[in-house]
Design a protein around this ligand. Structure first.
Ligand code: GH3
Ligand code: MG
Ligand code: MG
Ligand code: MG
Length: 311
């Protein structure tokens, strides 16, 4: 729906087109027992490219949410066959925060407090029936865009800007969660590039950056089944949630040889770089303890002449 006053505004139209493209991968659930009103909302959403799920009960909606990752918005009526809309909202909030999933309550009639009830139960928004198309769509877009911008901020906060790998903060978060749910063996490897300062000094900082990107990509390719992160500077980390140090050592030794042989193209030269690796494993240790043990091993690898693993 393009309002007349925006028909000649190309900036607006471009944004709208981009939005319509994004909507193709955005799921919206509509829960209501009112057939006419439900079909009406669904047809508006479909016309705007959303992937729409048509639900009669709160339980149907909950099942869909557990099956599909791309749902960003739930629109719910207040009178559902299995529970009230506000109860449904508070149940959803136990599993999804306001930043993960937007919920919009809808209700008609004289009950002026309905909007407050919905919002107190955890809804992001409320729309009174009967609604006008444009307000409905504006609110839908606004709620979906809110969830997307929180996702974008979260992604940026968890990613290392240079290499695109998870950063130290994200690494700790993922690994701590994994560690709590696992009792099997696990191992951690710290990988530090050798004499990296010389690369910066000889070829310049941009060349150093290219080398870091290449090493990040090589690590990502080699350890895609494990958890790789850039720890800071020229230091990377691989966590093996299901394996011991012996396994990690074999894998990393192969990586060490690959890296040693790899000619890395920078602006007008090719450079070679080696790395030193410290590995630690122990089921009973906390991640912090594991990390300092790996760091001690890394120190040994450096002291013993670099381009080697210490375990
Ligand atoms: P060692 O073998 O003992 O590890 O020597 P090294 O030179 O690798 O270690 P050192 O800690 O002395 O120097 C690390 C260098 O890494 C210094 C710093 O300028 C460089 N560095 C850290 N982060 C970046 C980055 O994001 N980009 C570039 N180009 N260089 C970086
Ligand atoms: Mg150093
Ligand atoms: Mg180094
Ligand atoms: Mg270092």
């Amino acid at each position: 729906y393009i309002p007349k006053e925006n028909a000649q505004n190309y900036d607006y139209l471009n944004r709208l087109l981009a939005r319509l493209e994004k909507n193709k991968s955005t799921g919206v659930i509509v829960v209501s027992t009112h057939r006419v009103q439900r079909k009406h909302m669904i047809s508006l959403l479909i016309r705007h490219n959303f992937v729409v799920y048509d639900c009669l009960t709160a339980h149907d909606a909950m099942r869909l949410l557990s099956q599909h990752q791309h749902i960003r918005l739930v629109i719910t009526d207040n009178q559902l066959p299995d529970m009230s809309g506000t109860y449904f909202v508070s149940s959803l909030r136990k599993a999804f925060s306001k930043e993960q999933l937007a919920i919009m309550g809808i209700a008609g009639g004289q009950g002026m407090l309905m909007s407050a009830h919905f919002i107190k139960s955890g809804a992001n928004d409320f729309l009174r029936l009967p609604f006008c198309h444009e307000e409905f769509l504006c609110r839908v877009m606004q709620n979906v865009e809110y969830i997307e911008s929180v996702e974008a901020i979260r992604r940026a906060a968890n990613t290392d800007y240079l290499t695109g790998l998870p950063n130290r903060r994200h690494f700790f978060y993922t690994v701590t969660v994994k560690h709590q749910t696992l009792s099997n063996s696990h191992a951690l490897a710290l990988i530090d590039l050798d004499h990296f300062k010389r690369i910066n000094d000889t070829y310049g900082h941009d060349a150093g950056d290219s080398v870091l990107k290449t090493v990040g990509r090589l690590l990502e390719d080699a350890f895609s089944e494990h958890i790789v992160a850039r720890f800071g500077g020229e230091e990377f980390c691989v966590y093996f949630p299901y394996h011991d140090g012996r396994y990690a050592k074999d894998q990393l030794d192969a990586f060490r040889v690959t890296l040693e042989k790899q000619a890395i193209l920078v602006t007008d030269a090719t450079v070679n770089v080696t790395c030193s690796i410290g590995i630690a494993d122990h089921t009973t240790q906390s991640i912090e303890e594991l990390l300092s043990a790996a760091d001690r091993q890394l120190y040994c690898a450096k002291n013993n002449g670099r381009n080697q693993i210490s375990y």
